[in-house]
Design a binder for this molecule. Structure first.
Ligand SMILES: [Zn+2]
Length: 80
């Protein structure tokens, strides 16, 4: 069996500078919907030339929001 399918580090390359991206930089940005701020987002940047490689919701904020919701729901259940 060839082991080509088992690759620990993928060799993705930055579309601008062509460097192999082994890690990304992260930058916090507000997420807007129209003119209103809707939440916290992040952009993933090439560590060599700061090209935006991707964007998404801030994972840290997302986790704390989920925990907040769980705590809220638990307190609701406890009252029943
Ligand atoms: Zn780059």
């Amino acid at each position: 069996m060839p082991k080509e399918g088992i690759v620990m580090h993928k060799k993705g390359r930055c579309p601008k500078c062509g460097e192999s991206v082994k890690h990304t930089k992260i930058e916090n940005v507000p997420v807007h919907e129209g003119a209103r701020v809707r939440g916290h987002g992040v952009v993933y940047l090439c560590p060599y030339c700061d090209t935006v490689l991707g964007a998404g919701l801030d994972p840290g904020v997302l986790v704390s929001e989920i925990i907040k919701e769980i705590k809220k729901n638990n307190s609701v259940h406890l009252r029943l």
